[in-house]
Design a protein around this ligand. Sequence first.
Ligand SMILES: [Zn+2]
Length: 496
Amino acid sequence: MIKTLLLVFLTAISLSSIAQKVKDLPESKLEKSVLEKHLRIIASDAMMGRRTGEQGNNLAARYIAEQFRASGIKPTPDNDDYFQYFSLQNVAPAKIASLSWGGKTFENGAEALLIHGKENQEEGEAVFVGYGEEKDFKEKDVKDKIVVAQFGIPNSQNPMEAFQASKGKRQLAEKLGAKALIELYHLQLPWKSIVNYLNNTRMEMVSDEEANAKLVHFWINDESKALLAKINKEEDKHISFETSGLIKSLVRTQNVVGMIEGADAALKDEFIILSAHYDHVGTASHAPGGTPEDSIFNGARDNGMGVVGLIAAAKALGEKPPARSVLFIAFTGEEMGLLGSQYYSEHPLIPLNKCIFNLNIDGAGYNDTSLVSVIGLDRTGAKEEIEKGSEAFGLGVFGDPSPEQGLFDRSDNVNFAAKGIPAPTFSEGLKAFDAEIMKTYHQVTDEVDTMDFDYLLKFCQAYVYSARLIANKKERPQWEAGDKYEKAAKALYGGE
Ligand SMILES: [Zn+2]
C-alpha cells in the first residue's frame, strides 16, 4: 500500500517536472493567432494555388524564407540566400498527334497518348517485341521499324514499375534506330485516369538525354487486348503516324533551405531534416475541378498546414536549438511528382550522410483532431519520441492510415528514404481515406476558413516537440530491421 502510494507520488512528481519542462520550451509558447496568420497568407487566393513555376509559388517561397530569416535561421554554407534554384521541363500535349493502324485512327487524348517525341510524320512496318525487355529487343531487328510492345513488365500490375520500364524501352528503341515505339496499354489502372494525368501540362526533371531524344512514343488503349491479339498473329503490320511533337519549355523554381547549428559540440555535426512541400496544384486552368465561383486550389491542408508546421519549427528551434543541427527545407514541385525533393536529394546542400533523420510533413486532410497520423511510424526508429512529443500536447499518434495506398512512397520523404535516411511523414489526423477527406483532398474546397485552428496549434506544437526530442536523442534513429531502405542506409552511413 505504502509502496504503491509512494510510487504514485513519485510518478506525479516526475510527470509534473516533464510538464514543467515542456511548458518552458518555445513550442509551448507558439501563438495560435500567429500560426493562423501564416496559414491565411500561405493558402490565400493571392497565392493562386502555389503552382510550381508560377508567381504564387514564388511568393510563397519568399514568405517562408522571410519567416526563416526572422527566426534566426541561416542559409546553408556556400549559399548566400535561402533559395535553391533549378529548372524543370514543362511538357504540354502535342497539338497534333494521331496514329493509323489496321484501318483505324487513334487520336491523341482519346485512344492514344503521345508520351514523347518531336515533330514527325512516318509510316512503316510494325515489329512486336513482347514486353520489350532487353532480350526481346536483341531477338528482333528494329532498325527503321515501328516497334510495338506490351505495356509494363511480365507478372506485374504495378503502374510505377510499368512507367519506369516504359522509359527504358524508349531508350532501347531509340538507341537501336527504331522509327517509333508503340506500347499497348492494359493495366488495371483505368485508361481514363492515365489520360487525365498525361494529356495535361506536366513537369519533369531536365535531363540532357531526354532533351535530345526524338523518338516518337505512343501509348494506345488496348484494354480489350484486341491489338495484342492482332500483332501476335502478325496481322496488319502497316502503321503510320503524324505529330507536331510535345510542347516543351523550361520552368525555373526553387526549394527554400535554411539551417541552425546544434547546441551540443559533439552532436552538432549531425543534422535532422525538417521538411514540407509548399507547392500545390494551381487553379482550375491546370487541374480538373473548380466552379464558376471558385477556381483556386488553396491547399490549406495540403500542405499549407505543413508549411506552417515548418515555420513554427524554425521559430521554436531557432529560439532554443536542440543538440543536433537542424536543416529546414520547404520543397517545390511535390505535386508534379516529388520533383523538388528529388532535385534536393541529388544536389544536397549538406552532405546526406550527415543527415540522420527526416521528419517530413504532408497531409491529405484530417478527420480526427485527437491525433496525428505518422506514415512510417513503426519503420523509422523514432516512435517513442513522436508519441511523447505528440502526447505532451494532447494528441495521440496513429500509424499508417491506409497501407494499401502506399503513402510512404508518395511524398517527399521517399527521396530521402531511398538514399537511406529514416524518413517518416507527419500527417494530419486521419485513420482512413473516407468521404470526409475526399471533400477537400485536391479540391478547391481545401480552404482556410473551414479549418480548426486549435488543432493547427496542437499539430504544430506536437511536430516541433517531436522534432526536438529526435534531435536530442542520444542514439540515431535506425530503420526497422529488414526494411526495404535498410540497405541504402548501410551504403550511406557505412556499417556492416
Ligand atoms: Zn501534399
